[in-house]
Unconditional design. Sequence first.
Length: 436
Amino acid sequence: MIKKAAFYTLGCKVNQYETEAVIDIFIDHGYQIVDFSDKADVYIVNSCTVTNEAARKTRQIARRAKRSSPESIVAIVGCYTQAFPDEVSEIEEIDFVMGSNNKAEILKKAEEMLAGKTIKNEVKEYSQLSEYEDLELKRLSNTTRANVKIEDGCNQFCSYCIIPYARGPVRSRREKDVVAEIRRLSQQGVKEIILTGTHLGAYGSEQGNSEALTRLMKSLTEIEELKRVRLSSIEGTEIDQGMLELIAEEDIFCPHLHLPLQSGSDQILKAMQRPYSVAEFKDTVAELREKIPDLAITTDVIVGFPGETEATFEQTLEVVKEIGFAKVHVFPYSAREGTPAAEMEQLNGNLVKEYSKKLRLVNEALMLDYQKKFIGQEKEVLIEEVRDHKTDLLTGYTDNYLKVLLSGSDKLKNQLVNVKLEKSVDPYHLKGKIVN
């Protein structure tokens, strides 16, 4: 009888990539992959621990799987387990746990348990995660765009962030392996590749190679079938001249960079242990826009960090408006146990909500302003989704990450089409028309 496995992924693009790679391993060994709500022999929860809420949801999902199928194997793997192994091991419903490394061994552990063997939980100390684990994608559930992991770990230790403890120190994937995987995915029809990592801009830094990411990007220009490359997120301090010139001059690189600001107050940035000042961040943006005038710059901002005052929040609002981001991801601060910031005096939750609401309104205005620059222009749109079969409503993204609604045949999915951008629908969508 064919065995069945189900997977649930929480968190970032790195987690999504790793789940896809582990699914490939299970398929190669004869498993049928089913929805997490269906009956399965093995349930794997790839966990997130960025917030307390993410950890709570991980526990909830795993327990629900065990209650619905008591005889099945249920495992929690990944960041939550790595950062808080004792806490996860105490969950009675869980059959085994694994940390952030050795995900290729998940199948072996599951098979041993299905055979009635007793196994030991394996979670290394984060400082012992010294080798990059080679996983690769063979099959994709979505062939339009693919996350490709090139780096793991972070050495930055921002005061609010648990990730260095959950992912370990920086370690990078071999360039030739990255290029080979992206070439294969492109030949399989994937139109857009998103380079991702726990700390993407640190790629190669553990080997003292500050230009490793730029060199990798240069290698990707030689893949004939590759249409688009997007960087997932990068610190402004990690963009060198070579990288900037590649994005400006090579068509495959999307004119879109996600640069986390986190705060517009130097006082708060210092408390967060971020590696730049507001002035340095602004200088980076000015240099980028000088080279690439229509560059979409998106960002993250944490609202309500310990020590935030009305004055520091207003500074953040002003900086966000002055820079004119294409989009701001607003994150109400949530204390994460195990981080220095969790020991600081916390703000009143209602005040954090109030600040978040104000920044979200500013964000929506900025998004509309950015859209207006392109109304009337023709842009290439990668069709990603058939939103409504009855009305032939499609959605897709421009290279500078504008989301476009348009009418057309579902046969256009995963195709690049020329579209005239006609009007804003709302801050998150533009209406477009296919140009013949």
